[in-house]
Design a protein around this ligand. Structure first.
Ligand code: CA
Length: 229
């Protein structure tokens, strides 16, 4: 692929430096309910539903099934703490990058598991992305790591999968995109080892938004031949 027709960006940890908030509120909420949840786990579970993350943690660290009450307790605490966190900042150069891609006739889309009520307004205001090009937690039944969210974006775009690429920061997001048959650039903005993102199937890896911008705006083609999942 010489240049893509569309780039599907994940949101948390790719456009916004928001994962730190999620990580610290997960760790703190779990701690209040007796679960010693390490920060790495928050990154490993990133993209899963709250319910899925809590169920997994109860199984792994308490050796028991979380009840509906357990799930509600931890999740409500997480929501309460999140409301008190500072507003996440946009990663350096990302606004400029999306603008530049659009000016080169490369469509920018967002594919996120988030269900934030102000998501559409925020992405319009910060990046000029229209609602049609946003697939959120409200549009999917399964969510990442299922390929569903990326397949929805692909179908809506009308492009072939060989014409689109994905930017993801999380193992489950990478798996979701690879299962949808898409080329993936991983941007490792978190604390996981690069290997974990590569082993999840990423075709390329960069370490921050500046490196990502250089890569996406370079004229080097993308080796879609590798893209066999
Ligand atoms: Ca993410």
């Amino acid at each position: 692929m010489e240049k893509p027709k569309a780039v599907f960006f994940d949101m948390d940890g790719v456009l916004y430096d928001s994962m730190k908030n999620h990580v610290s509120t997960w760790v703190e909420s779990f701690r209040k309910f007796g679960v010693n949840f390490p920060p790495e786990e928050a990154y490993m579970n990133e993209g899963r539903t709250g319910k899925g993350t809590i169920s997994n943690a109860f199984r792994k660290y308490l050796n028991k099934e979380a009840t509906e009450t357990d799930i509600a307790n931890v999740y409500n605490e997480k929501t309460r703490l999140m409301a008190k966190m500072p507003k996440p900042v946009i990663f350096p150069v990302m606004q400029k990058l999306l603008k530049e891609l659009e000016s080169r006739d490369i469509q920018c889309w967002v594919v996120t598991g988030s269900k934030q009520p102000t998501l559409l307004e925020k992405l319009k205001k910060d990046f000029g992305i229209i609602p049609y090009r946003i697939v959120s937690g409200h549009n999917v039944k399964k969510g990442k790591p299922d390929p569903e969210p990326y397949l929805i974006a692909l179908n809506r775009s009308g492009f072939d999968k060989e014409e689109c690429m994905v930017v993801e920061n999380a193992p489950l997001g990478i798996r979701s995109a690879k299962c949808a048959g898409l080329y993936v650039i991983a941007v490792n903005t978190g604390i996981l080892n690069d290997n974990i993102l590569i082993d999840s199937g990423a075709d390329e890896l960069v370490h921050d938004s500046k490196e990502l911008s250089e890569r996406l705006l370079s004229n080097t083609s993308y080796d879609i031949g590798k893209n066999k999942s």
